[in-house]
Design a protein around this ligand. Structure first.
Ligand code: FAD
Length: 397
């Protein structure tokens, strides 16, 4: 496979880079894998998404009739890579762009595509993902939120949990049980639910960082028009798999670039901490650890290329995304942990404290990174997928 840009792709890359350098929002850092929580960030990222859209840099590979740019997945990947290179923050409607849009484009009716896709791109409507429940996270198909048909409407009752951005979302990708008598994977439907409907209560949940990126949501007799059913009645599991595959795979190339940035910051931190005599490690030990991180980032790059070449051939993201998911989530934890080892006793200081290193960026990073091996499916679940679906091993039980 030829991994270099064609002359046209290089031209697109350089133009995008120039635009990003001139336009990336000032005063807001790339928060890595964390979502925005305060009002200022939300406002800035909403505006940022609008400017990306107006400049023709969102929905790059989505069809023009639904608001996309009708270009290729290669240009889309190039742009995402350039976004990460200049450390530009992700647009606000991250879940709509990475999951909601692709799922509606694949399974939606013509009306649904026309109704929803463009507003995902323009950030007029923010999306959240209502999959997990208190009793069904890894075993998602065990979900209990019920929807019963009443004329032309579904009536939804139940509870969802860990819903990222639920507090600012306008729409929700909601999995519900529509046939409790069928085997668990066959009685599920996928609804597109207006979050402003009567009967929905959203309550924030605090993470160990002290921030509340996610929520629990209660549904009491929420009425959803039948036309908002995505895919077949009781066939929602197949639709949900599209969402999950996109969740685990689409970020890969940009993710590699983000990790390169983190690696450079870590190497810089190591030099500084060694010079200041902050840690007990020898230069050789630090060098060895950094070399291993470098190797990990490089191997992630080649995996990303493999996923990408599959997309390029017209395929959809597959179970290979699970390998990348394990790699990046566990690497992020190890890098943040090592950053604290380098800081010696100062690792105990947090943002704002006298003498704190990089204003607590790595301390925050370590706490936030614990969620990486849980969100989008835990590492144990990813290993199960790799074993069964990629290696063809028998089911665990
Ligand atoms: C930061 C963050 C954001 C999130 N955002 C969203 C969101 O927007 N929308 C949404 O719907 N969900 C979201 N989630 C929820 C996430 O998808 C679930 O937390 C995850 O799927 C795990 O489910 P659980 O928490 O119920 O844990 P459980 O499924 O109860 O798992 C508990 C432990 O048992 C292990 N385990 C379970 N089953 C198996 C098995 N078969 N084999 C081996 N080990 C197993 C797990 O790996 C885990 O260690 C988010 C989670 C986090 C941390």
């Amino acid at each position: 496979m030829d991994l270099s840009d064609s002359p046209e792709e290089m031209e697109f890359r350089l133009k995008a880079r120039k635009w990003l350098e001139a336009n990336r929002p000032a005063g807001i850092a790339d928060r890595g894998f964390a979502l925005p929580i305060d009002e200022d960030s939300i406002r800035i990222l909403r505006d940022w998404q609008r400017r990306l859209y107006d400049a023709g840099y969102l929905g790059i590979s989505w069809p023009t009739e639904y608001g996309g740019q009708g270009k290729t997945v290669i240009e889309s990947a190039i742009f995402n890579e350039e976004m990460a290179r200049v450390r530009a923050p992700a647009p606000l409607n991250e879940l709509g762009l990475s999951m909601g849009g692709p799922t509606i484009l694949e399974h939606g009716t013509e009306e649904q595509k026309r109704r929803f896709v463009k507003k995902i791109l323009t950030c007029e409507e923010i999306w959240c993902q209502g999959f997990s429940e208190p009793g069904s996270g890894s075993d998602l198909a065990a979900l209990n939120t019920r929807a019963t048909l009443d004329g032309d409407e579904f009536v939804v009752n139940g509870q969802k949990v860990w819903t990222s951005l639920g507090h600012i979302a306008d729409w929700c990708m909601l999995l519900v049980r529509t046939d409790p008598t069928a085997p668990k994977h066959r009685g599920i439907s996928y609804l597109l639910v207006d979050m402003h409907s009567p009967g929905i209560t959203v309550q924030p949940l605090k993470q160990m960082t002290g921030e509340a990126e996610f929520n629990q949501m209660f549904f009491e007799d929420v009425r959803v028009p039948r036309e908002n059913l995505l895919g077949p009645l009781n066939g929602g599991w197949g639709v949900a798999l599209t969402t999950l595959m996109n969740e685990r795979a689409t970020l890969s190339l940009a993710t590699v670039m983000r990790f390169r940035n983190t690696f450079e910051d870590l190497a810089e931190l190591a030099r500084r901490m060694l010079d200041e005599g902050s840690c007990d490690l020898s230069r050789a030990q630090v060098r060895q650890t950094l070399a291993q991180f470098y190797i990990d980032v490089e191997s992630m790059k080649y995996l990303a290329y493999r996923n990408f070449s599959r997309l390029k051939r017209g395929g959809t993201p597959g179970p290979e995304g699970s390998i990348s998911k394990i790699l990046w989530s566990e690497l992020n934890q190890r890098m943040n942990e090592f950053a604290l080892v380098l800081q010696g006793p100062r690792a105990l200081l947090t943002a704002g404290a006298n003498g704190v290193v990089a204003n607590g960026r790595w301390q925050y990073g370590l706490l936030r990174s614990r969620g990486n091996t849980i969100e989008e499916g835990t590492s144990e679940i990813q290993r199960g997928i790799i074993a069964e679906r990629l290696l063809g091993l028998p089911k665990a039980y």
